[in-house]
Design a protein around this ligand. Structure first.
Ligand code: ADP
Ligand code: MG
Length: 399
């Protein structure tokens, strides 16, 4: 990884104005914040800067207002929640550039915090309009990006500003980039990747990239069915993208020529209906799935073998559950493999990094999220990183 500047590289910033891009796209219900995880993620950066005496202007987007002022998407709604987490008063500024921001900066004292309005109220944000970026930058001395989750977008406040002002990675960004670098950028080998979830089509680029990067690719979930079908297995009524079996074979061939071992389940848990603890539940060899059955999880023998694979590895990157984990007992393989990964991480033999909305939910369900080396909550940005893409918001920070 090329290097980037962090808050440790800041000189004296007393009274200086920091534009800090954070993720405040918070889950809301009836006008109040239901989960403050993203606010807490921004706290180390905000506290570091306020303790250094900077005036902190938080920049963030909320929802998809598409370049219009939409009152139900104003960031004024989150001020109370941010104040509660920070334990101090936070000013709200209903603009992101111009004289209103300039006057507010004049009122703020060293160490104060303000939230600027939803950046997506301005059309120039998503267009990465240099004029908008210039107008925002005019009121500040330096820029900090602490929103990895928005770094896959080249927008004015995620990319444009980094080119106009001295730019630094915030603490969450720094932690995320360091963890991701250990997982795929510069990992200790052997490396295993688990890719599961519903569909091959949603993760084609992830699979194509990973086969060139990792020693073991464990394919699970619905996408394993497409690979099994490609190998001539009759998967019955299982979720399966039959039109992608050709692509699956190409991926298997690419893995072969890169020396990547692909692991598919050889026993599976099946049922005739998509329900919790269905009466037709049974475990069988992949070659014994009946025409009216669905594969909903990897079987116990396969899961144990996958655990043995992890025991030979030093690094794990995981996206996507191995089964339909929302329903018992189809969470069994995911929970068991997650527990193995967690135990190896605690023992110190494995660096484990996981990401993805359902993956994080599944690891929480298994009770092991806290034991993984790093859990990314970045969603789209995490997947693009797993695809090997350069993230514009990260690239703009590199020196
Ligand atoms: P993430 O959000 O972590 O990227 P995905 O959204 O790709 O993960 O996949 C999660 C979904 O995949 C879950 O809703 C899960 O029920 C589903 N899934 C996993 N295995 C199967 C299967 N065998 N059949 C149907 N759905 C599955
Ligand atoms: Mg999902």
């Amino acid at each position: 990884m090329s290097s980037f500047k962090t808050l440790d590289d800041l000189g004296d910033v007393t009274g200086k104005v920091a534009l800090v891009r954070v993720d405040l796209n918070l889950p809301m219900k009836d006008g109040s914040v239901t989960d403050d995880t993203r606010i807490r993620a921004a706290v180390p950066t905000i506290v570091d800067l306020t303790e250094k005496g900077a005036k902190v202007l938080l920049l963030a987007h909320f929802g998809r207002p598409k370049g219009e002022r939409v009152s139900t998407m104003s960031l004024s709604m989150v001020v109370g929640a941010v104040e509660k987490v920070l334990g101090k008063e936070v000013m709200f500024v209903p603009e992101i550039a111009g004289p209103v921001v300039e006057q507010s900066v004049g009122i703020l004292r060293a160490g104060d915090v303000a939230i600027l309005e939803n950046t997506r109220f301005w059309k120039g944000e998503e267009k990465n309009d240099p004029e908008l970026a210039k107008a925002i930058a005019a009121n500040a001395d330096f820029y900090v990006n602490d929103a990895f989750s928005a770094a896959h977008r080249a927008h004015a406040t995620t990319e444009g500003l980094a080119k106009l002002l001295p730019a630094y990675a915030g603490r969450s960004m720094e932690t995320e980039l360091t963890a991701l670098d250990k997982a795929l950028g510069n990992p200790v080998k052997p490396v295993a990747a688990v890719v599961g979830g519903a569909k091959v089509s949603s993760k084609l680029d992830v699979l194509k990239h990973l086969v060139t990067q990792v020693d073991h690719l464990i394919i699970g979930g619905g996408m394993a069915n497409t690979f099994l079908a490609a190998k001539g297995v009759d998967v019955g009524k299982s979720l399966c993208e039959h039109d992608l079996t050709g692509t699956a074979n190409e991926i298997l061939a690419a893995a072969d020529s890169s020396g990547c071992t692909v692991h598919l389940p050889y026993d599976v848990v099946v049922s005739k209906e998509f329900a919790a603890n269905p009466p037709s539940l049974r475990t069988c060899n992949v070659h014994e799935v009946a025409a009216d059955e669905m594969i909903l999880d990897a079987g116990p023998a396969a899961t144990e073998a996958l655990g043995d694979v992890l025991k030979t590895c030093r690094t794990l990157v995981w996206n996507g559950p191995l089964g339909a984990f929302e329903m018992v007992p189809f969470d069994a393989a995911t929970v068991a493999l997650a527990k193995t990964a967690a135990a190896l991480t605690i023992e110190g033999t494995l660096v484990s990094v996981a990401g993805g909305g359902d993956t994080v939910a599944a690891l929480n369900h298994a009770g092991v999220a806290k034991d993984f080396s790093y859990i990314s909550t970045a969603g789209g940005a995490f997947l693009e990183w797993m695809e090997g893409k350069e993230l514009p918001g990260v690239a703009a920070l590199l020196v």
